[in-house]
Design a protein around this ligand. Structure first.
Ligand code: BGC
Length: 764
């Protein structure tokens, strides 16, 4: 089935708030490129063309000698998961020495939040609301990856998600469209730089196209069913923003969309991506996705799956043999046309051209002999930047009686299975990062204290005592170590040091493998072993500071009552321990804001700030049975989107408008004055939301339309002005037309999505 919404002329404009005009695409000199690629295509045999569509990695299925033979016969187009210059050079040498047409390979990897220096996970980066910080991450990640010889990354991941049960929420930028789009675009711009051909740039491949973040129930690889308004209004703009920024690649999602797997979705990959969005780069299937079309129930057998995928617009096939196995015969029989093969091959050659590989296949490798002697050398890391960025991602959720910052002279009991785990603090998809080079919280606190005070440490609990979960986490690769002492013994040791301390710091949450691909959870609480540790610590009566490490919003309702302070640190990367210590001791002031809603329980899910109104809203002041609520739970979140505390206090003036109305082509400005009324310097994020209370379709109760991160000294004030124009008011109406409808609008400005200053204006 090709046309899902045949009658809908779907246009998707990235709202003005997403920033300036799209950057020039990464494919400069299109005429020269097309001429070059055409003459190359003319020389290629069918098998060589099919070879270009093949993307594989070295491993038991494809050992190095087998790949050498494939290279000799032009049977492979790109390699992923090879990450050192020596190994990459060896394969590129084989292309140059053994193959007929010497078409360079490109090399790709999941450089999602760093290559060797690991930065906070993307969900943490989103919590910084700091575009410049994200650009620093992109630039350094690209630099380190290109310095390792890589040409492409499978990033950014911009799947908007309302599903904390889904483990991959950690890899994206949260629940909001605008924030995800701006972060994704910043990643593409900073990674690709002026051109992906430059020595230290990397071509990006935005993923997972499309809607992977909306898998039903948050269950990995599940299907997605979504209204076109939500799809194009909320989930598609981040992909579009990344493509407008020039991303050369698109990785196609594993899920189906309204019954049609993305990998078999010609409407998505041709009509939308190519025809409407004018995408000229490559589409890549996700790992093994082509053969999965059989299990999806849309292909009868492997041959059928290949036919459907190729015809639907999948250029490169990741990690399976199917394209090379079945395409020759499919072409011979006429089921796949030569034009279709040429199109896909052209896209691959186009990106190789854009990567500069035809000019210099070694452009990211330099001359032989220049390879670093030690790929993991300490001087290849960018620790300072990693720490500075991580500092900005920490979200202070609670701070009763200012228990934080800690005093360096005190006796501190540091406990928890995540306090000294070098692997976990890096988070999932930690690329070529080396766990031994990451700074744990224990080390970070020691570094900060430099011998002052007393720091006691006990592990206190395993990540989990559930043998099934332990087994799951250690399947495929060892991920969690299980202490053989009994849970009681571990807890006793923690309680013993807690009794001696002035304050307890408990580093708890998830291991990195719990927030990863294939890591969906039906229970998003801190695992029971750790909850019992917290109960025992609480019973000591000592002040309790919880340092959370996790890759999704957790249900921490119980801990929110127990703890005196809670600091959300996500997985904060190579310099995580130092950065957390910066915040705990007050050397840095927390400034992160939640990019996702924290629910009170898993039963509330999905719970997100920009939901639609209902006909029977629940009013907690006048509760009524026949209104929209759970009779056994509160409707609202534990911590709302945009929320985060500081060690200083900020106040907001009422909103002033430059005009009470504007009309087509016009705009108005909305301003607030923010004052730091506390005693120390600090940064915060001023957020502007809009709501259209009467429209032809129910509109979200509020939607983020702009934000500004500002830094103020104690006593300092700053006026922050947001512009609002027609684009900010537009939405997809029932006929899928992108319209701004006249009427009254609510405008809210706040330091989170709930406590806002409100006003109204009219659009005529
Ligand atoms: C993931 C992708 C990833 C790819 C290559 C897949 O399993 O879904 O996000 O880029 O593997 O590592």
């Amino acid at each position: 089935m090709k046309w899902i919404y045949p009658l809908l002329a779907i246009t998707i404009a990235v709202p003005a708030a997403f920033g300036a005009e799209p950057q020039a695409p990464a494919f400069g000199g299109e005429q020269a490129r097309d001429a070059y690629v055409t003459q190359l295509l003319d020389k290629m045999t069918l098998d060589e063309k099919i070879g270009q569509l093949r993307l594989i990695s070295v491993g038991p299925d494809n050992p190095k000698p087998a790949i050498r033979e494939m290279i000799r016969h032009g049977q492979v187009g790109a390699i992923f998961n090879t990450v050192t210059r020596q190994d990459i050079r060896a394969m590129q040498d084989q292309v140059m020495q053994l193959s007929r047409l010497k078409i360079p390979l490109f090399f790709a990897y999941d450089v999602v939040h760093g290559q060797r220096t690991i930065f906070p996970i993307p969900l943490g980066l989103a919590a910084s609301w700091d575009i410049d910080a994200v650009k620093t991450v992109g630039r350094i990640s690209a630099y380190e990856a290109a310095d390792d010889g890589l040409n492409m990354t499978w990033a950014p991941m911009v799947d908007v998600s309302h599903e904390p049960r889904w483990g991959r929420m950690s890899e994206g930028f949260g629940e909001d469209t605008l924030l995800s789009a701006m972060m994704g675009r910043a990643m593409v711009e900073s990674m690709q730089g002026k051109s992906p051909a430059d020595r230290y740039s990397l071509m990006t491949s935005v993923k997972h196209f499309a809607l992977y973040g909306a898998v039903e129930g948050g269950r990995e690889y599940n299907s997605v069913d979504m209204s076109p308004q939500r799809m194009f209004g909320e989930y598609m703009p981040p992909y579009k923003a990344a493509l407008d920024a020039g991303s050369g690649g698109v990785m196609v999602a594993l899920n189906s969309i309204n019954g049609v797997p993305a990998t078999a979705n010609a409407w998505l990959l041709k009509d939308i991506l190519r025809d409407q969005w004018k995408f000229k780069g490559i589409t890549i299937s996700d790992h093994g996705a082509i053969k999965e079309l059989i299990k999806h129930g849309v292909a009868a057998d492997p041959r059928d799956a290949v036919r459907i995928a190729l015809k639907s617009g999948i250029d490169m096939s990741m990690s399976d043999q199917y394209y090379s196995q079945y395409l020759p015969e499919l072409v011979k029989s006429g089921a796949v046309t030569m034009d279709e093969i040429n199109d896909a091959t052209r896209h691959v050659l186009n990106v190789k051209y854009a990567m500069g590989l035809f000019r210099d296949p070694y452009s990211h490798l330099g001359p032989a002999g220049s390879d670093p002697a030690d790929t993991n050398a300490e001087n290849r890391l960018h620790r300072r930047q990693a720490r500075e960025v991580a500092d900005k991602t920490m979200v202070l959720l609670k701070n009763r009686l200012d228990v934080l910052p800690l005093k360096k002279q005190e006796t501190i009991a540091l406990v928890g299975p995540l306090a000294d785990s070098q692997r976990d603090i890096m988070g999932s998809w930690s690329a070529a990062g080396v766990a031994g080079q990451s700074v744990t919280l224990l080390q970070g606190m020691r570094n900060a204290l430099q011998g002052q005070g007393t720091l006691l440490y006990a592990k206190g609990a395993n990540i989990t005592d559930n043998p099934l979960v332990q087994k799951f986490l250690n399947s495929y690769q060892p991920s969690v170590t299980v202490d053989r002492q009994s849970p009681q013994q571990l807890r006793d040791q923690a309680v013993a040091i807690a009794r001696k301390a002035d304050v307890i710091v408990a580093a708890v949450g998830e291991s990195q493998g719990m927030a990863h691909e294939a890591s969906s959870r039906s229970d998003i609480r801190i695992p029971e072993a750790q909850r019992r540790l917290l109960d025992a610590l609480k019973a000591t009566g000592k002040p309790l500071v919880i340092v959370l490490m996790n890759g999704r919003p957790l249900d921490i309702s119980q801990q929110a009552e127990q703890a005196d302070a809670i600091l959300e640190t996500w997985f904060s990367g190579t310099e995580g321990g130092n950065a957390i210590a910066d915040i705990l001791f007050g050397d840095k002031n927390p400034s992160g804001k939640l990019p996702v809603t924290f629910p009170r329980s898993v039963g509330q899910l999905p719970l997100y700030y920009n939901h639609l109104p209902t006909g029977r809203p629940y009013d907690y002041l006048h509760p009524d049975k026949y209104t929209s609520h759970y009779y056994d739970a509160i409707n609202g979140p534990l911590y709302p989107f945009g929320y985060g505390l500081s060690y200083t206090r900020f106040t907001l003036s009422p909103v002033t408008l430059s005009a009470s109305h504007f009309s087509q082509g016009g705009e108005l400005q909305a301003s607030v004055t923010v004052t730091n009324t506390g005693k120390r310097q600090g940064a915060t994020v001023v957020q502007m939301y809009l709501n259209d209370p009467v429209a032809s379709i129910s509109r979200p109760v509020e939607e983020l339309k702009g934000f500004r991160r500002i830094d103020l000294n104690a006593g300092e004030s700053q006026k922050v002005t947001f512009r609002v124009n027609e684009d900010d008011l537009k939405f997809l109406d029932p006929q899928m037309k992108y319209v701004a409808e006249p009427g009254v609008f609510n405008l809210m400005i706040g330091l989170d999505s709930v406590r806002t200053q409100k006003t109204q204006f009219t659009y005529q």
